[in-house]
Every structure is written in structure tokens, then in C-alpha cells.
Design a protein around this ligand. Structure first.
Ligand SMILES: Cc1cc2nc3c(=O)[nH]c(=O)nc-3n(C[C@H](O)[C@H](O)[C@H](O)COP(=O)(O)OP(=O)(O)OC[C@H]3O[C@@H](n4cnc5c(N)ncnc54)[C@H](O)[C@@H]3O)c2cc1C
Length: 419
């Protein structure tokens, strides 16, 4: 099947509404793998699909495959709480996440597909003196990097979120940082938007195709052994989040990553009650309200490594306790669904976007609990790294080399979930 340019305009919506939406073309083809690709991307999440999109769009590479062991966006891209912000502490991180935030701001129009990016602001609560100092330091660092970030007093928080209990709780709310340009987006849409536009440029998107082994010879990449046979390639990018370290091992590389379940849950839908995003890493609970009206609630990671996409009940119990303390009005609500995703965490809570010692083998992983916000930015600079065989200046600090040199980018304070 040839790829078709799909347009979403008011006219095409109206035209298709008349015939019961039966004539929409498929969003992407389902080709069988070719014998050889210039580049194979392992992992059909937002970062992997975005990498293929930018490789084709900005670097002219067309003979590309994205191989995905399940379905597109079925990993953490489809499992996260979609919080987007760029208020990280260190310059290197601030530039990376801000690059991404700027791409988010224009993504719906770039893809001609609505990723439902909603800049409703993101608040990070301070519950003690240490939080206040740490958060104010971060606000100041953000402002020096030109990033919108401001301090809210308790009274200002109460005005924005009147349902919040600020005083009568174990960890009182003393203030917060606030990034007005932060917000949320639709998780599936980013995967589908990138997939559709990459497919149109000739990228083969191959679902139900598991990478089993990365094959190398004399320090160079040969290709990937997959559940659909061996595929040769000049370059391979591993973007498999929680399973990146497992794949790296098949090429004889030990990545400094720990994989843990991170959980989230949603409530029954209710009328609009909270129009911003509120996060608290001290009590491990964060919340926003989806367009359907569900409260989207994020919890913490399990304290041990695991690949079960579920997570421990004690974590959920702790999160619900914190939520009900912070928002007593939620006390009688019913929860609809709970799930987990496997996040891959680096010792410094920063990602790896890097070449490796094997020629033609690249890694984009270690996003831990906070990589959704980085999706377009990460994909954009990773595509550059793969195409040019050298990092973009924005991801130079996030190489594997930093674990040898010790030049770590410690972002534990800015990470959504303490780990
Ligand atoms: C509960 C939860 C809440 C979160 N909340 C937020 C948040 O609010 N904000 C934020 O910024 N981040 C958040 N994150 C983190 C964020 O989801 C991830 O960092 C980001 O989505 C990673 O995207 P990705 O494309 O790299 O990975 P994924 O979407 O996981 O894609 C990797 C893909 O690789 C595939 N794969 C794995 N192994 C193989 C193989 N051997 N062969 C082929 N394919 C393979 C997987 O099936 C998967 O589809 C959250 C994560 C979780 C789990």
C-alpha cells in the first residue's frame, strides 16, 4: 500500500461526518520488514516514532524502520500522566526540556494533527523549609535560562486551587513554583501524529516485531535479530525505555539503568474542578483533570527493580492517602483504572541520548519518570545524533561518557517523583 497524505481540516471532518467516518484512510501502512535499512529504531513509543519522523524530515533519511514489539504507544507513552514542563535546575537539562517545550507549542500545526497540548500551568508544591529553598533556587536558575517560572504564596495557590487543603495536614503547603507555559497533552496523539507523518515520508512502521538481539561485528553494527527475522542496518537506535538495558546487554553493553514500575490511576469523570496541574514530590501525588473529566493521578515508583507493568498496592495506598489529605473533596470519589509502566532510571535522574562504543549503535533512554514532556525535543536531537554521528549541542551533556568522567547532571530535585 502506498502512503497517503492525510489532512485533518474542518472540511475533511465535515465531509467524513456525512458518510459515517467510513472513508478515512489508514493512518499508517503495516509493511513486512525489508532485508536492509539505513536506520532501524527499536521502540514505537513517542521518542522512537519522533526520531524516525525527524530523521526523515530534517536529515533526508528515508530508508528507516521503526520496530515495535507490541502496538504503537503501548509502552510508557500510553501509560503516563502527560505532564509537560521545562523547569529543570541545571543549564543542560533546562535547554533540553525547553527545546522540547518549544516544539510542543507548535506540534499540532507541524504535524497537522491535534496533540491537544493544553498550557494550563504546572505547580510544584513546597511542604517544608528545605523544599522552599530548593524550589526558589530552581525558579531563579530557570529565570536565568529565560524559562517562565515563578513563586506562588500559599494565598495565591488557594486562589488558583480552592479545593486544596493547605493547612490541616501532615505536610502543610507553604508555597509552590509555577510554570504557566507547562501543561498536558494527549499521550496517544503524539505517537499517532509522529507515526502518520513518518509513514507518509516512507518510514516503515512494523508492529508486533520484537527485537531479540542487536548483532555487531568487529565493533560495528550489523543489524537486529527480530521475531520477524534478521534485518540488516547501518545504524540502530535503541529507544525502548524500561527495556533498553535488556537490549543493550544483547550487544554486550551494560547501561547504568534501573527499571522499576511507576503507577498512575484515573477517577470517574466529574465536572471541571481543577484547571491546572499540581505536583508534590514530597508526598508523591500529582493531579490534573483530563478533557473527559477524569482526575489523572500519578503515584511513585516501587522501591525495587521489576518488569511487572503493575506496581505495588502500598504505593497506590500511600498516594491515595496523600491525595485525600490534600483534597478532602476527593474522598468519596471512585477510581476507574490503575496501571503501571516500566521506567528506566539513571543514577543522576537524567536521560542518556548518546552514541555508544559500537559504531552505528545509539541509545535514547533513562528518561525515568519524566520523559513524556521531552518527547519531541529528545526525538529531534536524537535524530541529529544518529544522522551526523555526533551529538547536537543540546544533548552533548547526556552522553554515556558522563558515567566515566563523572560529569553527572543531577536532576533528582526536579524529577517529578523522588527516586
Ligand atoms: C505511570 C507513569 C506516569 C508518567 N508520568 C509522566 C509525566 O507526567 N510526564 C512526563 O514527562 N513523563 C512521565 N512518565 C514518563 C514517560 O512516560 C516516559 O519517559 C516516556 O513516555 C518514554 O517514552 P519512550 O517513547 O521512550 O518509551 P515508550 O513509550 O515506553 O516506548 C518504548 C517502546 O519500546 C518497545 N519495546 C521494548 N522492548 C522492545 C523490543 N525488544 N523490541 C521492540 N520494541 C520494544 C515497547 O513496547 C514500547 O512501546 C510517566 C511514566 C509512567 C509509567
Amino acid at each position: 500500500m502506498q502512503s497517503v497524505k492525510r489532512k485533518y481540516s474542518i472540511f475533511s471532518m465535515a465531509k467524513n461526518a456525512f458518510n459515517g467516518h467510513k472513508d478515512w484512510p489508514k493512518m499508517w501502512r503495516s509493511p513486512e520488514p525489508r532485508e536492509f535499512y539505513d536506520a532501524i529504531i527499536i521502540g514505537g513509543g513517542g521518542h522512537g516514532l519522533g526520531t524516525a519522523y525527524y530523521l526523515a524530515k530534517e536529515h533526508g533519511l528515508k530508508n528507516i524502520a521503526v520496530i515495535e514489539k507490541g502496538w504503537l504507544g503501548g509502552g510508557n507513552t500510553g501509560r503516563n500522566t502527560t505532564i509537560i514542563r521545562s523547569n529543570y535546575l541545571w543549564d543542560d537539562s533546562a535547554h533540553l526540556y525547553e527545546h522540547s517545550l518549544k516544539l510542543w507549542e507548535n506540534l499540532s500545526s507541524d504535524l497537522n494533527y491535534n496533540v491537544m497540548f493544553s498550557q494550563r500551568g504546572v505547580m510544584n508544591l513546597a511542604h517544608n523549609e528545605h523544599d522552599i529553598k530548593e524550589i526558589k533556587r530552581r525558579i531563579s536558575a530557570n529565570n536565568l535560562n529565560g524559562i517562565d517560572s515563578l513563586w506562588l504564596s500559599k494565598e495565591e495557590i488557594q486562589k488558583k486551587v480552592p479545593i486544596m487543603n493547605t493547612d490541616n495536614l501532615r505536610y502543610p503547603v507553604l508555597g509552590a513554583s509555577y510554570q504557566p507555559r507547562g501543561g498536558t497533552a494527549r499521550h496517544d496523539a503524539i505517537a499517532w501524529g509522529f507515526a502518520m507523518r513518518a509513514d507518509e515520508m516512507g518510514v516503515d512502521i512494523i508492529q508486533n516485531c520484537e527485537a531479540l538481539q542487536i548483532k555487531t561485528k568487529n565493533g560495528k553494527i550489523e543489524g537486529v535479530e527480530t521475531s520477524k527475522g534478521f534485518i540488516r542496518a547501518n545504524k540502530v537506535g535503541v529507544v525502548a525505555s524500561g527495556h533498553s538495558s535488556v537490549l543493550a546487554e544483547t550487544a554486550g553493553i551494560r547501561l547504568p539503568l534501573q527499571s522499576k514500575p511507576l503507577q498512575a490511576l484515573v477517577s470517574e469523570p466529574i465536572k471541571p474542578i481543577i484547571d491546572t496541574v499540581v505536583m508534590s514530590s514530597a508526598v508523591h501525588a500529582y493531579v490534573s483533570q483530563s478533557d473527559k473529566g477524569e482526575l489523572v493521578i500519578g503515584a511513585g515508583t516501587d522501591s525495587y527493580n521489576s518488569f511487572t507493568q503493575r506496581g505495588g498496592f502500598d504505593i497506590i495506598e500511600e498516594t491515595i492517602r496523600a491525595m485525600v489529605e490534600l483534597y478532602p473533596v476527593f474522598g468519596k470519589m471512585k477510581m476507574l483504572r490503575q496501571w503501571g509502566g516500566i521506567v528506566d532510571i539513571c543514577p543522576d535522574a537524567s536521560p542518556i541520548i548518546s552514541k555508544s562504543d559500537i559504531e552505528g549503535l545509539f541509545f535514547n533512554c533513562g528518561w525515568g519518570t519524566g520523559g513524556f514532556k521531552a518527547t519531541p525535543g529528545s526525538a529531534n536531537v536524537f535524530a541529529h545524533t544518529i544522522a551526523k554521528n555526533e551529538p547536537h549541542q543540546i544533548n552533548a551533556a547526556f552522553s554515556l561518557e558522563r558515567f566515566v568522567s563523572g560529569k553527572l547532571v543531577d536532576e533528582h530535585g526536579a524529577a517529578a517523583v523522588a527516586h
